[in-house]
Write a protein that binds this ligand. Structure first.
Ligand SMILES: NC(=O)c1ccc[n+]([C@@H]2O[C@H](COP(=O)([O-])OP(=O)(O)OC[C@H]3O[C@@H](n4cnc5c(N)ncnc54)[C@H](OP(=O)(O)O)[C@@H]3O)[C@@H](O)[C@H]2O)c1
Length: 325
């Protein structure tokens, strides 16, 4: 089968399309014929061993994915496709089912076939959904859900989402809206209308207004794009408020440091633990019309290097998808 592989850490050019062995499903496995796969910030960060994030994070990244070279040569986590084969003990899926899901840091989805445990993060696709849209769901939705649950976001609490136009941000706006919070989205001028369409109560265009200077206070500030900081946001948090980052060693240290009760705090739980139930929960929201995919660009598999370069601009709106025929 064809797969996107990499054998050393580095820029997008280390990616190659090669023929590799097709996985064989075990008794409790589902073999998915992949039709669409997302190119995520996690793919790009892992591929370059998180060098952009500094030596400490890069070391942790290599400890996870292989010190000298990647242990898993196939990237890609968020997939959609059709069930091609099932193991003898599989009961939930049948050949031909349209499925979507996430392999998380196991990766391996950027290939024509992917082997997934039936009990893993895989579910039937919502009816009528395109593969490109289904593959665009898990990255933002699972990451955002994990972050928002960490803050225990409640009805009528106020949340500001910074970097609301990315994969995690567009998911965060929709999920915070679903949790009936009062949502302020911060984005660039070109995405203001998108934020409103996703359900933001208020939108701040960061090219015109600095939210830290407008006197508003929030229960939760979610930095969905890793471009803000607890230090700069602190004055905009209510007493006891939570800052939710998506990366950064400093945030990790703050999150595990003791703080007095009722103090403004950083909530950053690692490693994230996404479950099959989370995928099923998002599926229900989609079917109820409460959640939708945001896809920026779609590329054929052969253009994986161009797609990765675009993701690395850190300016995608929502998700970037590769399609496999
Ligand atoms: N290290 C890892 O393995 C890993 C894995 C997954 C996610 N993450 C983290 O998760 C975060 C988000 O990932 P993602 O995929 O959702 O991001 P993303 O989709 O790449 O975010 C891009 C969006 O952020 C907006 N943006 C860029 N610069 C901004 C700024 N200075 N202020 C406000 N908005 C800005 C961009 O719009 P404009 O440029 O038009 O404003 C664009 O719409 C990142 O912090 C990433 O590091 C890390």
């Amino acid at each position: 089968m064809r797969a996107v592989v990499y054998y050393r850490y580095g820029p997008p050019d280390v990616l190659r399309i090669e023929e590799v062995e097709r996985p064989v499903p075990l008794d409790d496995d589902v073999l998915v014929r992949v039709r669409a796969v997302a190119v995520t910030r996690a793919d790009c960060a892992t591929r370059e061993a998180n060098q952009r994030s500094g030596p400490a994070i890069s070391l942790i990244s290599r400890a996870i994915s292989g010190f000298r070279r990647p242990r898993q040569p196939i990237l890609g986590s968020e997939f959609a496709g059709e069930v091609a084969e099932v193991g003898s003990a599989v009961t939930e899926f049948r050949v031909g089912d349209r499925v979507f899901g996430s392999t998380g840091f196991r990766f391996g989805a950027c290939a024509e076939y992917l082997r997934v445990k039936e009990s893993a993060r895989i579910a039937q696709m919502p009816a009528g959904m395109r593969f490109e849209d289904a593959a665009a769901i898990p990255d933002g939705a699972l990451n955002s859900l994990w972050c928002l649950r960490g803050a225990d976001l409640k009805k009528r609490q106020s949340i500001l989402i910074y970097g609301a136009s990315g994969a995690i941000g567009t998911a965060g706006v929709q999920l915070a809206r679903y949790f009936e919070a009062d949502v302020t989205a911060v984005c660039n001028t070109k995405n203001v209308e998108l934020m409103r369409s996703l359900g933001a109560d208020r939108v701040i265009d960061y090219t015109k207004e600095d939210f830290t200077q407008n006197g508003e206070k929030y229960d939760v500030i979610f930095d969905a794009v890793g471009k803000h900081s607890f230090r700069r946001s602190r004055g905009s948090l209510k007493p006891g408020g939570a800052f939710l980052p998506t990366d950064g060693l400093e945030n990790l240290i703050r999150a595990v440091s003791p703080s007095r009760s009722g103090a403004k705090r950083v909530v950053f739980r690692l490693p994230p633990r996404y479950t099959k139930q989370d995928v099923l929960f998002i599926k229900q929201l989609i079917e109820a019309g409460r959640y939708r995919a945001v896809v920026d660009r779609t590329y054929p598999l052969d253009e994986v290097i161009e797609a990765s370069r675009y993701v690395e601009t850190e300016q995608k709106t929502g998700n970037v998808i590769l399609t496999l025929n």
